[in-house]
Design a protein. Sequence first.
Length: 169
Amino acid sequence: MKLMPQHQSRTLKAGTKMTLKTLLTAALTLLLTQTALAGVKIEHWVSPTGTRVYFVESRVLPMLDVQVDFAAGSMFDPAGKSSLAALTRSTLDLGAGRRDETAIAEELADIGARLGGGADTDRASVALRTLSTQDKREPALDILRAVLHQPHFDAAILEREKARTIAGL
């Protein structure tokens, strides 16, 4: 049996401790990474009318974000009416229900909410961001409902926005 000098024995023990420490650190890091990768819980369901709903709840911020996407992008523009989807989307929230565009803007400003959206190739969207307290949430959702169900598409506003779009080219 061959004996190792004492200094080599200490080096071997130190190396073993270092390896064990490295392995434990790696295992802990892997465990924490897997927990982080678990991510956000996304609930999904289909409403009775066939609408697909994706819901993510977070109680970290008192905020409500709603986005409604629908098939209405530029690929649906009729021949000779390029940008119709974008123009339609840009006028969607410029008057709805009992509100004109000024009333919508003022009511949203009063409650600190934001209404927006956009149109791209295959879809259009309307998005709302508001505080989640009932006194802010309910008026904001009422405006969103009106925009989605009762847009005015006022002829004068449509012409104004059409002129803006053309001037922007």
